[in-house]
Design a protein around this ligand. Structure first.
Ligand code: SF4
Length: 376
């Protein structure tokens, strides 16, 4: 057997599995066994795959690679684990695990229990959207991630979680329950690969995640949202809105010039009708730019009557972005109160996401800093 990456096949049906099995000279049931180990038993190391025979493990050892990215670095605290991976062409991409914990029920329990796990994944090597407040947008966009690079991030995380928690937290096997396309890149600009990866996440014999446990966060490319409706890709949608009017949008998000806000809102209405899903709006709170009370009023008018949830993201200051500053707690509170008064559901992103330098505008900040790139 030559040196092949198993996951590259990402097989979707029986015919493809049989074809692939023939190609690599393995019986189809053995291919299925390996898939079971990778997707269900959360194993990516051949030695861990004890449900397949010892002979097959030995046979696979010299040529087997379950995932197509290599771990480069891990940074971790008790709320998050942040991974940097190297791709086959030496690019660095990132993912982050967020641990959701329940408050301790009894006084004797000294720490909150792990409840569920979310993974934020990258869809591109850096981001082509170039938003003015964003650190990630300052790094050169290189390419789209392939479908196997997208899925590999989840498989690696599942294996990491298994090794970290198995039998330590009540003997429960934890795995990635929620996947959010909200790390590097604009997922809808890599539509075909993201679509296939989402199919893999939903498939019962693969990751079997629920539709409502997958979120695509997008800056707003209308035609691709329409494509999601047409393709029945009815996962959760988070819109990186960041401004409630066309003028301010264009100021901070260059691609907004291609899309009228009215057109975006129309396609969102269609998406809600087609899916009955609530739409999440990400709104970054930048001092004296996006955090003014009149903008809160404008935002509430824009979203009035819609199945909407606004997530206010306090801006993380960064030395590479000198012109942008974090909104004060008072301003965030005031902004939130205005929206709530107008009947809009609002949350403020909490500290653990911020600690992980999470989301649009925060990623790759170490790289920008180390490269001494300056804001113009
Ligand atoms: S804010 Fe989001 S979409 Fe815009 S450049 Fe940054 S990562 Fe890309």
């Amino acid at each position: 057997m030559s040196n092949w990456i198993f996951l590259k096949a990402l097989l979707r049906d029986k015919i493809e599995i049989n074809k692939f099995a023939k190609e690599i000279k393995l019986q189809p049931f053995k291919v299925k066994q390996i898939f079971f180990e990778i997707f269900k038993n959360q194993n990516i190391d051949i030695d861990q795959m004890t449900t397949i025979s010892k002979d097959l493990r030995e046979e696979l050892k010299s040529s087997f690679e379950a995932i197509s990215i290599k771990l480069e670095n891990v940074v971790e605290d008790w709320q998050t684990t942040k991974f940097a991976f190297k791709t086959h062409d030496w690019r660095i991409i990132e993912s982050v695990i967020i641990y959701h914990r329940q408050k301790a029920q009894h006084i004797k329990e000294n720490k909150p229990k792990l409840n569920r796990i979310t993974l934020c994944i990258s869809s591109q090597v850096w981001c082509p959207m170039g938003c003015s407040f964003c650190v990630t947008g300052k790094l050169w966009f290189t390419r789209n991630l392939t479908r196997d690079e997208i899925i590999s991030q989840i498989l690696f995380a599942n294996n990491y979680i298994k090794n970290k928690f198995w039998k330590k937290e009540d003997g429960i096997l934890f795995w990635v329950r929620n996947v959010v396309f909200m790390w590097m890149g604009e997922p809808l600009a890599n539509y075909d690969n993201v679509k296939i990866a989402v199919d893999m996440m939903l498939a019962q014999d693969r990751l079997s995640l629920g539709r409502r446990h997958i979120t695509i966060s997008t800056v707003w490319i209308v035609k691709w949202i329409q494509r999601m409706i047409d393709d029945g890709m009815t996962v959760k949608l988070a819109i990186s809105l960041h401004a409630p009017n066309q003028k301010l949008r264009e100021e901070i998000i260059p691609v907004a010039k291609w899309t009228e806000l009215n057109d975006l809102m129309k396609v969102i209405e269609k998406y809600i009708k087609a899916t009955d899903n609530r739409i999440f709006y990400e709104y970054i709170m930048i001092k004296d730019l996006t955090d003014k009370p009149e903008l809160a009023m404008e935002l509430s008018r824009l979203l009035k009557g819609q199945l909407a949830h606004v997530n206010l993201i306090p801006y993380n200051e960064n030395p590479a972005m000198k012109h942008f500053h974090e909104s004060s707690i008072e301003n965030i509170k005031k902004f939130k109160e205005i929206l709530e008064r107008e009947g809009i559901t609002v949350t403020v992103r909490d500290s653990m996401w911020r600690e992980a330098k999470w989301a649009c505008g925060q990623l790759g900040w170490e790289k920008v800093n180390s490269g001494n790139e300056e804001d113009e």
